[in-house]
Design a protein around this ligand. Structure first.
Ligand SMILES: [Zn+2]
Length: 113
C-alpha cells in the first residue's frame, strides 16, 4: 500500500508549511490518473497525523479528472486511465491534467499563514 508513504510525505510537507501552527484542515488535490486512491489516503491520514501538529486536522480531497490532448489532431480527450485513444484513432496523447498531487490549501488556527 504505497498510499501510506505518500500520506506520510503529505503530512510532513503540511507540517513544514504550518511552521508550528496547529492545522485545522488540509485540502489535497489528487489527479485521477495518479493511481492514488483518495479513500486510502483518508484511511492513512489520521494515523500519519498522530503526534504531529496536524493531529485532529480534517482532510479534504479534490479529485481532478484526467484530460489529454491528442498529438495528431489536437482534440482534448477525457481520460479515466493514464492512457486512451482519441476519437481520430490516435493513441499518442499528451496528458495535460490529472497527474497532480498537491496540497492546495492549509487552514491553520491563525487566520494568516
Ligand atoms: Zn486525435
Amino acid at each position: 500500500m504505497h498510499e501510506l508513504g505518500i500520506t506520510q510525505n503529505i503530512v510532513a510537507i503540511a507540517a513544514e508549511y504550518a511552521n508550528g501552527v496547529p492545522v485545522k484542515r488540509v485540502t489535497l488535490e489528487v489527479g485521477k490518473l495518479t493511481a492514488i486512491l483518495p479513500d486510502a489516503i483518508r484511511f492513512c491520514f489520521d494515523v500519519c497525523c498522530q503526534g504531529t501538529i496536524l493531529e485532529g486536522a480534517e482532510l479534504e480531497i479534490l479529485e481532478k479528472p484526467g484530460l489529454a490532448r491528442c498529438r495528431q489532431c489536437g482534440s482534448e480527450v477525457a481520460l479515466e486511465l493514464p492512457f486512451g485513444v482519441c476519437h481520430c484513432g490516435c493513441q499518442d496523447l499528451q496528458i495535460i491534467q490529472g497527474e497532480e498531487l498537491s496540497i492546495k490549501e492549509l487552514e491553520t488556527e491563525d487566520v494568516c499563514v
